[in-house]
Design a protein around this ligand. Sequence first.
Ligand code: ATP
Length: 197
Amino acid sequence: MLKAGITGNIGSGKTTVSKVFEVLGVPVFYADDAAKKVMTEDEILVSGLKEAFGEAAYFEDGSLNRKHIAGIVFNDQKELAKLNALVHPAVFRAFDSWVAQIKHAPYVMKEAALLFESDSYKMCDKTIMVTAPLELRIKRVMQRDGFSREEILAREARQFTEDKKIEMADFVIKNDDTELVIPQVLKLHELFLSLSH
Ligand code: ATP
């Protein structure tokens, strides 16, 4: 089955655009939601995290001690890389089993903020980058989450630049209020349908 990856930097509208594909009947896997789930549901990951960050990584009831892990990885690139090296494969496993149980779909999509940073794009047949100017993205996220400009810029700094991702992606969807999004989605949808036949 054809797998299309969709990404975009903070506030670009990748989730909003993915919902349009869903309306067209395309199953979408939301990697960031899955990443939260696997933290307690993927046994390989749970034991890996305990080994890497100590038993204190989980509370007695099995829930994740986010503060403990955040305290270790915060401002420590090596520890953060260790965390990512455990979590990303678990999300890949979750995606694989999600794809395996889909019976009737011409193609599926994976929506991930770090599609390119996590190498997860390598498992996609085609990739889409959703773009919008930084100021518009900041405005959207301020409105949606009440984050400060500094918080948003700090998150932006942890992602590859838009230019780099545009270069890496097969397709770009402009979600910048100058071009209609739905025609751009429909065009790619038609293309993916034809590729999947
Ligand atoms: P993040 O990575 O921060 O989760 P995202 O790329 O998934 O962001 P969305 O959550 O889809 O982005 O969009 C960010 C905000 O901007 C949302 O509140 C959404 O409703 C709004 N938004 C997205 N696209 C548009 C648009 N074309 N017009 C108006 N508002 C939009």
